[in-house]
Design a protein around this ligand. Structure first.
Ligand code: TPP
Length: 561
């Protein structure tokens, strides 16, 4: 017979799930859990400076490892602070488990100190959530949370544990089995045959691949399919890295900030093979004008995604890797000469223009300079804004699962804590976080965590003293009326970083910026690299929100070619 408190059982169950690191912040209602955690020999706790930071650290670990990761918060404000990280994980399908303390069961509903209904609040922000009513329930709820977070389309789960449940004694005979993902859903051979026929018959097919391909480990197979059938590939923001960006069939990102040739060629396609994507508006532009002449073959693990935005001729609910494994032998090896020639002609005539890409002091140049100091397996995170879109456009991604960005929710403040999480998960790798001055300020307190744990995170801050992407929209779509999008006061970021205990360099006016960058990347540990950039430098092309992709501004002047 085993006898322990609910808190002790929770920590043992997390150990049995293979958890090694938990970021979080303690408070009154989760102190029993923290006390139990202090006795764990397996789990290291990382004390974040904000619960949102802890959530993004867990995301950094989960996005790099592909396995569910845990973070903790106390009730009330601690719990509400987790919501943005949970909502972010839901939109990007990231398996994280948030464990919150709750006021004792007998006080729930009494407006007790630091009581909020986080169960209710988190329903729309999570894949599933639990309010645990007894210590016994923990034995089923914890493995169940791991199963749900990792199964099918992964996502966040919240477990709210009242304080009396944590302190209650629990007796049981046997540990439950750790929660594992469900078996993958079956799919029909008929559908695979139909899909192969569609691909074999297509003259101008296009592969449109997203985060689902990266998550299912199908990147190699997607590449093999593209190579065998000579089909060009466009990726979503989340799918970057599925194919090396210098692969001859890789046309980079599609949609709002894509290369003009990518959006224009998609318009000409007669078959869109959509793998692990959700037809997000940033990718499709105006949905009813997206790929107007194309039949659609859509494969996704989430049946809710099929026919949500575009009606496919054939929709298959399945894991992308399994489908590709079955499909690959059935598609014909074809050179598709005419289509390939058309693709290379447009690539030539409508390439992506990256102004001053070889100038280290310019926004695109710094990204390319940094990329030369990174290995293929090193990790890149971003915040949200122009710097994020520039990184998506200019960074030469070579491997899947190394690119961590807030795609669906577009959360400023994601980059730094996600980078810390990635570095905690893979301390041997260099992690670079491309950030903007607006975004960095949103979780800047985590610089203290980066310094404390000496994570090998290099923060590349392109500082335009403005909310650059907002300003760009005001310039383009609001008659250049810039309002509430520039800062009247510029903090000294290098001094702030030093104050938090990080070394910092300012490339502005540096006699040898290349040499300095090289030195920073050759040394272990965190560092802030500050580069002032011009607020009026936009990110182009840009499809106006709500417009069709062919209406991109910048680079599409020859759309009739
Ligand atoms: C939490 C949050 N608040 C507001 C926004 C809206 N928003 C999108 S981009 C952006 C500006 C980002 O500025 P900065 O981080 O300095 O990056 P830059 O565009 O200048 O490179 C804002 C305010 C957001 N995405 N996230």
């Amino acid at each position: 017979m085993k006898r322990m408190t609910g808190a002790e059982a929770t920590i043992r169950l997390l150990e049995r799930q293979g958890i090694h690191i938990i970021p979080g912040i303690p408070g009154g209602t989760n102190l029993p859990l923290y006390d139990a955690l202090s006795h764990s020999e397996q789990i290291r706790h990382v004390l974040a400076r904000h619960e949102q930071g802890a959530g993004f650290m867990a995301q950094g670990m989960a996005r790099t490892s592909g396995t569910p990761q845990v973070f903790m918060a106390t009730s009330g404000p601690g719990a509400t602070n987790t919501l943005t990280a949970l909502a972010d994980a839901k939109l990007d399908s990231v398996p994280i488990i948030c464990i919150t303390g709750q006021v004792p069961t007998s006080m729930i509903g009494s407006d007790a100190f630091q009581e909020v209904d986080i169960y209710g609040m988190s329903i729309p922000a999570t894949k599933h959530n639990f309010l645990v009513r007894s210590a016994e329930e923990l034995l089923t709820v914890i493995p169940e949370a791991f199963r749900i977070a990792a199964s099918d389309r992964p996502g966040p789960v919240l477990i709210d544990i009242p304080k009396d449940v944590q302190t209650a004694m629990l007796e049981f005979e046997q540990w439950p089995e750790p929660g594992k993902p469900n078996p993958l859903p079956p799919f029909s051979w008929d559908d695979i045959e139909k899909a192969a026929k569609m691909i074999n018959a297509a003259q101008r097919p296009f592969l449109y691949i997203g985060g689902g391909v990266v998550q299912s480990g199908a990147s190699e197979l997607a590449r093999a399919l593209a190579e065998k059938t000579s089909i060009p590939v466009a990726t979503t923001l989340m799918g970057l890295g599925a194919l090396p960006s210098d692969h001859p069939l890789c046309l980079g990102m599609l949609g709002m900030h894509a290369a003009p040739c990518t959006n224009l060629l998609l318009e000409e396609s007669d078959l869109l093979i959509a793998l692990g994507v959700r037809f997000d508006d940033r990718a499709t532009g105006k949905a009813d004008q997206f790929c107007p002449g194309a039949q659609i073959l859509h494969v996704d693990i989430d049946p809710g995604e099929l026919d949500k935005i575009k009606t496919p001729l054939l929709g298959i609910t399945a894991d992308a890797k399994q489908v590709l494994e079955s499909l690959l032998p059935m598609v014909e090896k074809r050179p598709r000469r005419q289509w390939s020639e058309r693709v290379s002609r447009l690539r030539h005539s409508h390439p992506l223009d990256l102004p001053r890409a070889d100038d280290i002091m310019a926004p695109y140049g710094i990204i390319q300079a940094v990329s030369k100091l990174m290995e293929d397996d090193d990790i890149i995170t971003t915040d949200v804004g122009q710097h994020q879109m520039r990184t998506a456009q200019a960074y030469p991604f070579r491997r899947p699962g190394r690119w961590l960005t807030s795609g669906g929710l577009g959360t400023m403040g994601f980059g730094l804590p996600a980078a810390i999480g990635a570095s905690l998960a893979e301390p041997e790798r260099t992690v670079v976080c491309f950030s903007g001055d607006g975004s960095l300020m949103m979780n800047i307190q985590e610089l203290a965590t980066a310094a404390e744990h000496r994570t090998n995170v290099k923060i590349v801050l392109t500082n335009n003293n403005a909310l650059g992407l907002v300003q760009q929209q005001q310039e383009l779509f609001y008659g250049n009326r810039l309002f509430a999008s520039d800062y009247k006061h510029s903090p000294d970021f290098a001094a702030i970083a030093r104050g938090f205990g990080l070394p910092a360099v300012d490339l502005d006016g540096h006699p040898d910026p290349e040499g300095e960058l090289k030195r920073i990347f050759s040394e272990q540990g965190p560092c802030l690299i500050h580069l002032p950039v011009n607020a009026s430098d936009g990110v182009y092309p840009m499809v106006p929100p709500g417009a069709a992709n062919r209406e991109m501004i910048g680079g599409a002047e020859h759309a009739c070619i």
